[in-house]
Design a protein around this ligand. Structure first.
Ligand code: FES
Length: 166
């Protein structure tokens, strides 16, 4: 339980908000849960909902909106391709499907070595750079714009080599 292990962190998060605005603490609490469990599990969502006295569906609804939060484990690196309409019109969906095909996974899936997940996400504010994606991993978040399947595969090779060396 988060409340037992992180009572002082939770207290200091809640202290940032007025008593009648405790629900605003939902994102930092979800981030805390994700750091602890690797994803925001259903149990964590229920606990957060209880802590903030809100409905669990209100917590769950935020997962799909914020690309920094996820509700299931994924690869060490998450390749998040914008498949929102402006990028889709510039070939992002086809790019996503071709990349997944080359990796032998479905969109939303993870490679068998646990290294790479490929996800479709909403606008990442780089609409003129489609096809584009962000990579989330141990080194933070990097944007990659005007991608081809070949350039994305080269980047994935580089990520795997980086992992092998260290
Ligand atoms: S619609 Fe893809 S980055 Fe904005």
């Amino acid at each position: 339980m988060l409340a037992e292990k992180y009572s002082s962190e939770i207290e200091s998060i809640l202290a940032k908000y007025p008593d009648d605005r405790k629900r605003s603490a939902v994102l930092p609490l979800m981030y805390l849960a994700q750091c602890e469990y690797g994803s925001v599990t259903l149990e964590a969502m229920i606990e957060i909902a209880d802590l903030l006295d809100i409905d669990v569906t209100q917590v769950a609804s935020l997962i799909g909106f914020y690309t920094l939060l996820w509700d299931r484990p994924g690869g060490k690196y998450r390749i998040q391709i914008c498949t929102d309409l402006p990028c889709a019109l510039q070939g992002a969906e086809e790019f996503a499907h071709q990349l997944c095909e080359k990796l032998g996974i479905q969109l939303g899936g993870t490679t068998p070595d646990g290294m790479i997940s490929v996800e479709g996400v909403m606008c990442l504010a780089a609409c003129n750079g489609a096809p584009m994606f962000q990579v989330q991993g141990p080194d933070g978040i990097q944007y990659h714009e005007r991608q081809t399947v070949e350039s994305a595969l080269a980047l994935i090779d580089e990520l795997r080599k980086r992992d092998d060396s260290g």
